[in-house]
Ligand binder design. Structure first.
Ligand SMILES: [Zn+2]
Length: 161
């Protein structure tokens, strides 16, 4: 019998039906994360031993090595830490998506997360801008939070009596 194909065009499927490099393959550990993302919810891991949250999901706490880590839903509040506008990427599906903004965001719970910034003009990107999660094809990305830069509802309610 023939082994894996190493030459010739694929005989079925659309021409760009290759591996997606933006969607990690779910395993037993990360499956709850991706299932939640598909429902529009962002999960993080919280350590019961030291109380700190982390991301990406790990079997043990990266801060204290405890294995008492479990899932919790993130608030979704985040701020932009840093970013880079990507103009060239040969890996599908990014090829058809450039330019896009690769971003690192700080979640309110503490973890720093690599993601993508969407729905934001390039000249409006600011470090520290408030963001909220969006979900594209079941993958968490972030966009500017409504009223970003203005005092949020929390700030207003603290003065309203
Ligand atoms: Zn810990």
């Amino acid at each position: 019998m023939d082994g894996p194909r190493h030459d010739g065009p694929p005989h079925d499927g659309p021409p760009h039906d290759g591996p997606r490099h933006d969607v990690p393959e779910a395993d037993a550990l990360t499956r709850p994360y991706w299932e939640a993302a598909a429902r529009g919810r962002l999960l993080i891991r919280r350590c019961a031993s030291c109380g700190r949250a982390h991301h990406y999901p790990r079997e043990f706490c990266p801060h204290c090595w405890s294995e008492e880590v479990s899932w919790e839903e993130a608030s979704g509040r985040a701020v932009l830490y840093t970013w880079s506008t990507v103009h060239h990427n040969d890996l599908p599906p990014f090829t058809g998506r450039v330019p896009y903004v690769a971003a690192v965001v700080d979640l309110a719970e503490g973890p720093r997360m690599m993601t993508e910034l969407v729905d934001c003009p390039a000249d409006a990107v600011r470090a520290g801008m408030p963001l909220e999660p969006a979900f594209r094809d079941g993958v968490p990305v972030f966009r500017p939070a409504p009223g970003g830069g203005e005092p949020g509802p929390g700030a207003l309610s603290s003065t309203a009596r």
